[in-house]
Design a protein around this ligand. Structure first.
Ligand code: FE2
Length: 388
């Protein structure tokens, strides 16, 4: 979605002759969503972006998916998952439905070139830093960033070697991710009541221009992964313009909306996608009514499964639950959840919270992947016992 950007060299007028120094023409590519009816960018390649040398199916081991049955709230400790590999081929699949795949990655290897042809990816960087190299240019990332990668954008994760391993939560969607519509004007500009705005989004600023031939790119599509070998390096773009490109938004730039009494999760909403929303819980002042209860009330989300990734801070409402940094709770539709016993009383009179967490609510039930089964803490469903 983001706003219009122009990077590198482009011709004065679209779809007109644009010559390379040797007199040949640059190859123009329109990358656009929803046919020719939504956001797009026009890119200018030194070589044809269509020239393929080979196409092969990639054998990927089928991952066992199990339903959340019998229905139960769950707690996954992602920091218990094995480190290793790269952010494209070594993700631990946690939760999945037809709309999304939520995975965790911890490791230090750079990824191969890839693109996700199914939908946009939203990646939350828990720790580590590096650069996402893309057809559009470089997108640096660091701890606390959301990285938005539009569907079918060719990219490569390059991780800073001197840093700790990269830890990240991947949300693969089946369409497009963007800011909530209610925060945008009719023409797409952020409105004054939005918790962030254009200045907080960081896209590529200059072309990458990599030379090379016979370049492998992994393509994830509905029926599996394909290996394309392109005749020319896809990062041969001399310039582009438009509203479709990868970008980052730091959770630390999210300006929390607070009130006299408890504000509901939609005030924390940061992104929306097909059948899901993403919210950021950031350090903030608590409710300031003299009798306010800062801890959330019990709630039954009849139409969604709620996934909460605890990044850092004191997770006030989860007292005695075993939740720690790197934990993920799954509170499915059909289950009423709320603060653990004693949490409400402990929150009274508190002025502020330092919690940092990312929430993904899906509108259809989630099933469990191997990463969930490998990291589950069994006792979570019973942690509301003992109160009154
Ligand atoms: Fe909740």
């Amino acid at each position: 979605m983001p706003y219009y950007v122009r990077v590198g060299d482009i011709p004065e007028k679209r779809h007109t002759r644009f010559h390379q120094p040797d007199g040949s023409l640059y190859a123009e590519e329109l990358m656009g969503e929803e046919g020719f009816s939504y956001d797009s960018s026009l890119l200018y390649h030194e070589n044809l972006p269509t020239a393929l040398r080979s196409i092969d199916a990639v054998d990927i081991e089928a991952q066992e998916i199990t339903p959340n049955h019998p229905l139960r709230p769950r707690h996954f400790r992602t920091h218990q998952l094995k480190a290793g590999g790269d952010p494209v081929t070594s993700r631990h699949l946690l939760l999945v439905n037809d709309d999304t795949r939520i995975s965790y990655f911890v490791g230090s290897e750079n990824s191969p070139l890839s693109k996700n042809a199914i939908g946009d990816e939203l990646v939350f960087i828990e720790s580590g830093s590096g650069v996402l190299e893309t057809t559009f240019g470089k997108v640096p990332f660091t701890e606390g960033d959301y990285v938005v990668i539009p569907a079918s954008s060719i990219h490569r994760w390059v991780i800073d070697a001197s840093e700790e391993p990269m830890r990240a939560l991947f949300t693969e969607t089946s369409g497009h991710i963007g800011p909530p519509r209610r925060y945008l004007s009719r023409n797409g500009q952020f409105l004054e009541h939005a918790p962030y705005c254009e200045r907080d989004l960081h896209g590529p600023t200059e072309p990458l221009l990599v030379e090379g031939s016979d370049v492998e790119v992994l393509v994830r599509a509905r029926h599996g992964v394909t290996r394309f070998v392109y005749q020319h390096h896809p990062f041969d773009v001399v310039g582009w313009d438009g509203c479709l490109y990868p970008y980052t938004f730091s959770i630390h730039d999210f300006e929390p909306i607070t009130g006299r009494v408890h504000q509901p999760p939609p005030v924390h909403q940061t992104f929306e996608g097909p059948n899901l929303v993403v919210c950021s819980f950031v350090p903030r002042l608590f409710d300031y009514h003299p009798d306010a209860i800062p801890a959330p009330y019990n709630h039954s989300n009849v139409d969604s499964d709620e996934v909460l990734f605890y990044v850092e801070g004191n997770f006030m409402s989860r007292k005695g639950s075993g939740i720690e940094a790197g934990s993920i709770s799954l509170h499915p539709g059909g289950h009423t959840h709320g603060p653990q016993p004693g949490s409400v009383e402990a929150s009274l009179g508190k002025a502020a919270t330092e919690e940092l967490a990312v929430m993904i609510d899906t509108f259809r039930p989630l099933e469990l992947g191997p990463g969930a089964r490998d990291s589950e803490a069994d006792e979570y469903a019973w942690t509301w016992l003992g109160g009154r």
